[in-house]
Design a binder for this molecule. Structure first.
Ligand code: R5P
Length: 292
């Protein structure tokens, strides 16, 4: 028997999945003490049940401890196993030591999660120098791709698109999306000078009559999008549509992207944000359907 537990911000996704799968929603009391520390009580019976636990892990520092508490208690109460659904997997961008003695947070975070869950399901994690999640997780870690949904959004909303990836890492999504739309694509070159300062160059000539669609996995400071938009507009392109699978940005960074000349910025609800237009419910359901 399966049951779905969730944190408050994940309620809508949990309800959607529970209904589609025809399984129970677990009941838990989760609240903060006046000092900000977290109180958790599991109310539903979980003995001998497989638990699907949903936790959006963007801005993870305040979420990881409540997740750990919840998972520990579920196991203590007899849950058979815990499959964590973390639509956005944080800390993946620090995937090597660039300077001596830096923490490689991607591996440490993965080891920590592996110590208290039995399985992970996540959406398009930032895989760059780490090529597969199995390199850092010691429990099964399943990647779901959002490329089909991104392609569907583009097909429904954009005439004659050209898919543009701002850097080498974006190639993996850009090629998939372009292929399913039968659209041209191009991968640009990015040099990162600091957290928010990057330089983008366009290595080959491109057809400027198409609608440029910038596609990246994460939009954070917006620096990559802004630099790419400026470069494209300088070269005579139409205002680009920007798609980020995971929206870490705030309103200020969003405004910065719009002011630099974007036509629109859209993201998936792997992270809840005002820019969400691509829903992750069905891709997660498709994966869960086949989970034992
Ligand atoms: C890193 O290479 C990622 O794929 C994104 O390009 C990056 O995280 C975007 O960050 P920002 O919005 O801060 O430029």
């Amino acid at each position: 028997m399966k049951t779905i537990f969730y944190f408050p911000e994940d309620k809508a996704l949990a309800e959607y999945l529970a209904k589609k799968m025809g399984i129970d929603l677990g009941v838990a009391e989760i609240r903060n003490f006046p000092d900000g520390e977290t109180y958790i009580r599991i109310i539903s019976q979980v003995k001998n049940k497989s638990v699907i636990l949903i936790c959006r892990l963007d801005h993870p520092n305040n979420k990881i401890l409540p997740l750990f508490f919840m998972a520990k208690k579920l196991k203590e109460l007899g849950a058979l196993n815990i499959c964590l659904i973390a639509p956005y997997l944080p800390y993946m961008r620090q995937d090597k030591s660039f300077k001596a003695s830096e923490v490689v947070s991607a591996s440490v975070f993965a080891q920590f999660l592996s110590s208290f869950i039995d399985q992970l399901i996540t959406i398009d994690p930032h895989l760059h120098r780490i090529k597969d999640l199995s390199e850092i997780f010691s429990v099964p870690a399943i990647t779901i791709h959002l490329t089909r949904d991104v392609a569907e959004w583009i097909r429904a909303n954009i005439d004659s698109p050209c898919i543009i990836g701002p850097d080498e890492e974006s190639k993996q999504w850009v090629i998939e999306v372009a292929k399913s739309l039968d659209a041209p694509f191009i991968i640009l070159e990015k040099i990162r000078y600091s957290d928010s300062n990057v330089k983008i160059s366009i290595p080959v000539s491109m057809d400027i009559t198409k609608t440029p669609v910038l596609l990246d996995d994460i939009i954070s400071t917006g620096g990559s999008m802004v630099a790419t938009i400026r470069e494209l507009i300088n070269k005579g392109f139409k205002p680009p549509v920007c798609i980020g699978m995971h929206a870490l940005f705030n309103k200020n960074n969003y405004n910065k992207i719009m002011k630099s000349g974007a036509k629109k910025v859209i993201t998936s609800n792997s992270i809840l944000n005002f820019s969400n237009e691509i829903d992750i419910g069905d891709v997660i359901f498709e994966k869960l359907k086949f989970l034992k």
